[in-house]
Design a protein around this ligand. Structure first.
Ligand SMILES: Cc1ncc(C[n+]2csc(CCOP(=O)(O)OP(=O)(O)O)c2C)c(N)n1
Ligand code: SF4
Length: 251
C-alpha cells in the first residue's frame, strides 16, 4: 500500500520531522504558516530564524535555514543585532508569551520604540508551557494554572497583557502589528507574510501574536481545547490587524 506523504513546506528541515511538539499543540501550525511564507516569498537563503527558551526552542532545527536558539527572552536582541550587522538578512524571532511579554518584554518594547527592522512571532498559549503550566502574563482572569490553582485573581496579579495593542500604541507608521489565531490558518499566515514583507521593504518593526493551543497544560481534550481557544481566548484577545503600512487589511 502506498504511504501518504504529508505536504510539508520546502523550507522545513525534513530529518527533524515528525516534530517534537505534543499532539494538539498549536506551535506546529504557526511554524507551518511561517514555512509556507518562506517558500512563497522565496527567501530560504536569506532568513535567519531565532527561537527562544520555552516550547518554542523545540523548533531549533525545524527549518532548513540558518537558525539560532537564545536564552529566555533574548531572541529579540539577537535578531536585532544580526539585522543591524547584515541588513540583507531577514531576521525572524520566535518566542512564547513568557519570553516576549515577561522576561524579554524590555527587548520587545525597546526594539518596537526604535522601529528595529525585524519580524517577531509570539505564540500566546496563556501559560508557561515548557516548565509545567505556570501563570503567564497572558493567563486569562479566573484561569487555573499550576501557580493559580483557584484561578487567576486579577486583584493580585493584574489583567492579562494585550501585547499587540501595547505595541501599536508605541510604534511609528512603518510598523506592522497583528494578532492571528491557529484556528484561522489562512488569515494568520497572511499576517505572518505581511510581517515578513514589511521587513523586506525596510518599513520597520513587525510583530504577529498567534493565539495557540496547549492541551497538555490546559489538561483539555480536543473539543475543550478548541472551545477555549475560539471562545475564551478570542473574546479577550481580539484577532485582526492593528497597524499596517499596507493599508486596510483583514480584520
Ligand atoms: C533566565 C531564565 N529564567 C527562567 C527559565 C525557566 N524557563 C524555561 S521555559 C520558561 C517558560 C516559557 O514560557 P513561554 O515563554 O510562555 O513559552 P512556552 O513554553 O509557553 O511556549 C521558563 C520560565 C530559563 N530557562 N531562563
Ligand atoms: S507543553 Fe503545550 S506548548 Fe509545549 S509542546 Fe506541549 S502542547 Fe505545545
Amino acid at each position: 500500500m502506498a504511504s501518504v506523504q504529508p505536504a510539508m513546506p520546502k523550507s522545513w528541515y525534513l530529518p527533524s520531522k515528525p516534530h517534537k511538539f505534543c499532539p494538539g499543540c498549536g506551535h506546529g501550525i504557526v511554524l507551518k504558516a511561517l514555512g509556507e511564507v518562506i517558500d512563497e516569498l522565496d527567501i530560504q537563503n536569506r532568513v535567519v530564524f531565532g527561537c527562544d527558551i520555552g516550547c518554542s526552542l523545540l523548533s531549533w532545527n525545524f527549518f532548513a535555514v540558518d537558525s539560532t536558539q537564545t536564552h529566555h527572552g533574548r531572541t529579540t536582541p539577537v535578531m536585532v543585532g544580526m539585522k543591524r550587522a547584515n541588513p540583507d538578512l531577514i531576521c525572524v524571532g520566535y518566542m512564547g508569551d513568557g519570553g516576549g511579554y515577561s522576561i524579554g518584554s524590555q527587548h520587545v518594547l525597546n526594539s518596537a520604540v526604535r522601529n528595529e527592522k525585524v519580524t517577531l512571532i509570539l505564540v500566546n498559549n496563556t501559560n508557561y508551557a515548557m516548565t509545567g503550566g505556570q501563570l503567564a502574563p497572558t493567563t486569562l482572569p479566573g484561569q487555573i494554572t499550576e501557580t493559580t490553582p483557584y484561578g487567576r485573581d486579577v486583584a493580585k496579579t493584574g489583567y492579562p497583557t494585550r501585547g499587540p495593542e501595547m505595541l501599536a500604541a508605541i510604534t511609528t507608521d512603518g510598523a506592522y502589528i497583528a494578532r492571528g489565531t491557529v484556528a484561522k490558518f489562512r488569515q494568520m499566515k497572511n499576517f505572518i507574510k505581511r510581517a515578513v514583507q514589511n521587513q523586506m521593504e525596510g518599513n520597520g518593526f513587525s510583530f504577529v501574536e498567534c493565539l495557540s493551543t496547549c492541551p497538555t497544560n490546559w489538561r483539555t481534550n480536543a473539543r475543550q481545547t478548541w472551545d477555549f481557544l475560539e471562545d475564551e481566548m478570542e473574546a479577550y484577545f481580539k484577532v485582526g490587524e492593528l497597524k499596517s503600512p499596507f493599508g486596510k487589511g483583514e480584520k
